[in-house]
Design a protein around this ligand. Structure first.
Ligand code: 13P
Ligand code: ZN
Length: 269
């Protein structure tokens, strides 16, 4: 069977980035079994021939009405599919969906009838809002980074901006490359519309959000950038935990050092 990636280098490039990142997530130990999901808004890369493709699934409900997604196309990891398999065979463990004109339902159009991720409500709500805001961001990523999740089990770290400031102070790069910090979302059922709504709200203020005792959700211009932000935060979490394991509370950068960094790098907060 012919893949829609054939003779479409721009589309293939974005899907290959997903595959590359899926491999990193597995290697990092953040993607046990089917853990995590990725969706990419590929609408700009869709040609007339793809627009004519007949659906290969029945009509499915999103669970929300998302007016900015009318006629949009997304590449989505499949539900219950493994990141380590997505890394090698992206079109067998993910699929392309088309949002229908009611903005509340979709069909799968290629390559295989792989049911999209169970976190589709969160991913699509976020994409809807990105388009509404005129954002150039096309990628959203959910993953299960060990150290960051471990930190979310401490109620002290769930208070507003405590974790952001702690992670920023571990190494200068974290604030420079994740300048809006890490938002916190109290525990909610995976895949729920409540989780989607809270994610959407928190991403207005932060680059990455923590789903308490579950994982993180990040957005970016492409999936590499979204991954890099989570990786940077995770590095800080590891420095913190390594320090604690050596028997001391890390001192962190001083307020003066943080202020200087913010000023010189023109950071927003
Ligand atoms: P899916 O396999 O449905 O993408 O779910 C994985 C996950 O991490 C749910 O939060
Ligand atoms: Zn998850």
């Amino acid at each position: 069977m012919k893949s829609i990636l054939e003779n479409r280098p721009a589309l293939a490039k974005e899907v290959n980035k997903v595959a590359e990142v899926a491999g990193y997530l597995w290697q990092k130990g953040w993607a046990e079994r089917n853990g995590g999901n990725i969706t990419i808004n590929i609408t700009d890369l869709i040609d007339d021939e793809i627009r004519q493709l007949a659906p290969i699934s029945e009509v499915k409900q999103i669970g929300a009405t998302l007016p900015y997604l009318k006629g949009c196309y997304f590449f989505c990891k499949g539900t219950n599919k493994r990141m380590r398999d997505l890394a090698r065979w992206p079109m067998e463990h993910g699929s392309v969906i088309r949002i229908l004109d009611d903005c509340a339902s979709y069909v799968i159009i290629a390559d295989n009838a792989v049911q999209p991720t169970s976190e589709l409500p969160s991913h699509l709500s976020v994409h809807n809002d990105l388009i509404r805001k005129g954002s150039p961001y096309k990628a959203s990523l959910h993953t299960h980074p060990i150290e960051l999740i471990a930190m979310s089990h401490n109620p002290e770290f769930l208070k507003k901006d405590i974790l952001t400031n702690l992670l920023w102070s571990m190494i200068p790069e974290t604030k420079a490359f994740c300048p809006r910090g890490l938002g916190i979302i109290p525990y909610k059922l995976p895949g729920s519309v409540e989780l989607a709504d809270a994610t959407l709200k928190e991403l207005n203020e932060y680059d990455v959000v923590m789903w308490e005792k579950h994982g993180v959700f990040a957005i970016g211009p492409d999936v590499m950038e979204a991954f890099d932000m989570v990786d940077t935060l995770s590095k800080s979490a590891q420095i913190y935990i390594n320090s604690r394991n050596m028997g001391f509370e890390p001192k962190g950068m001083s307020d003066e050092q943080m202020k200087e960094l913010t000023l010189v790098f023109h950071l927003p907060k």
